[in-house]
Design a protein around this ligand. Structure first.
Ligand code: NAD
Ligand code: WQD
Length: 339
């Protein structure tokens, strides 16, 4: 199948490319490298021994996007491109609406121009907001608490409306929980710019000595050990979920939102302990006040993914930490330094 991949050079995109190429698909990546490096794509080619097309471009540029998609003749799109920093989205909301919402509208219009009717979209569990009940199932109310989450909810609605208005259209909105880890080779991984916002890359940078200690944001939550509990999902499992979702778009018309998680919560302290096992030394941390906006517990109901996609997570927290550590310890500066 010919698959157009926006944001394919990014963290989740690069891991998904490995799986798509290994499955024999023909790929065109469309990325502006605003939060990624061409080196990630070079490594994907090395790992798979497969070549693919690359168009360096911005999804806000409707004509460039349409040209690329029509020329490639895509059968399906996987739409990763977007900005994802929750804090930044409150400081620069219009940048997020323009990039994530307008960019996605351009993509759907470009798909119409190319006669492409299948899409898998990177949504987020952040669309649920505060938990009314746990685990989060796909019918949980949508009430995001920050501009980033609102852009994801808006794009979900837009894709749903597009699919209803487009004969034979098929869309899957994948609501990722907390993606972590790296490819088992250690050649590709998460390479955040500046101070990491998320827990796992922060732990990894403490482990390698780039940062002195982790701040644990609160130990007085109503959880097993008082620290926040999340559903961490191995990025390689997540990549496989995209293949299963693409497959599904070939079988069923309409639009489905589907959680991608393990269904199990892990606390901050449990993740730190697992990382210590992986790297073989202790991770320094201090307890600091809660981070505003954080919830105590988040984890996924996984039945819909199993039922519709035939997919479930296979890799555990030790595999997540071991792969992260292999990536971090062999690429201390991420893609900035070729290992
Ligand atoms: P990432 O930043 O590593 O990858 C995003 C890619 O999109 C990057 O290569 C970036 O250069 C590209 N991009 C951004 N804006 C673009 C634009 N206007 N035009 C062209 N390319 C553009 O992020 P990621 O972690 O791989 O996330 C991928 C998608 O999954 C995002 O949409 C994100 O919101 C979503 N998501 C991520 C997480 C997470 O925790 N990583 C969780 C839920 C959902
Ligand atoms: C996990 C836990 C923190 C950093 C975010 C986005 C969400 C989605 C995934 C894109 C929490 C604690 C963290 C640190 C800490 N992204 N923590 N010290 O907040 O669950 O979700 O990423 O869609 O939209 O909101 O993930 O990794 O930031 O935090 O103690 O330095 O780790 O309090 O309990 P979160 P996270």
């Amino acid at each position: 199948m010919k698959i157009f991949v926006t944001g394919g050079a990014g963290y989740i995109g690069s891991h998904t490319l490995v799986r798509l190429l290994s499955a024999g698909h023909e790929i065109c990546v469309f990325d502006n490298f605003s939060n990624s490096s061409p080196e990630a794509l070079a490594r994907v080619k090395q790992l798979t021994n497969r070549d693919f097309a690359l168009v360096e471009g911005d999804i806000r540029d409707a004509s460039a996007l349409t040209r690329a998609l029509v020329e490639f003749g895509a059968d399906a799109a996987v739409h990763f491109a977007g900005l994802k920093a929750v804090g930044e989205s409150s400081e620069k909301p219009l940048l997020y609406y323009e990039n994530n919402v307008s960019g996605s509208a351009h993509l759907l219009a470009a798909m119409d121009a190319a006669g492409c009717r299948r899409i898998v979209f990177s949504s987020s569990a952040t669309v649920y907001g505060e938990a009314q009940c746990l685990p989060f199932d796909e019918d949980h109310p949508i009430a995001p608490t920050n501009p980033y989450g609102r852009t994801k909810a808006m794009v979900e609605g837009m894709i749903r409306d597009w699919s209803a208005a487009t004969p034979d259209a098929s869309a899957v909105l994948l609501r990722y929980f907390n993606p972590v880890g790296a490819h088992e080779s250690g050649r590709i991984g998460e390479d955040p710019q500046g101070i990491p916002n998320n827990l796992m890359p922060y732990i990894a940078q403490v482990a390698i000595g780039r940062r002195e200690r982790l701040s644990i944001f609160g130990d007085d939550y109503d959880t097993r050990d008082g620290t926040g509990e999340r559903d961490y999902i191995h990025v390689v499992d997540l990549a496989d979920a995209h293949l299963a979702a693409l497959d599904y778009t070939g079988r069923a018309a309409g639009c489905e939102a589907i959680n991608v998680g393990t269904g199990k919560g892990i606390t901050v302290k449990e993740l730190v302990a697992a990382y210590e096992r992986a790297c073989g030394h202790s991770i320094a941390y201090e307890i600091t006040p809660r981070r505003p906006g954080d919830v105590a517990i988040s984890f996924a109901a996984t039945g819909k993914a199993r039922e519709l996609l035939g997919w479930e997570a296979a890799l555990n927290v030790d595999a997540m930490c071991a792969s992260s550590w292999l990536w971090q310890s062999t690429n201390a500066e991420g893609y900035g330094e070729t290992a």
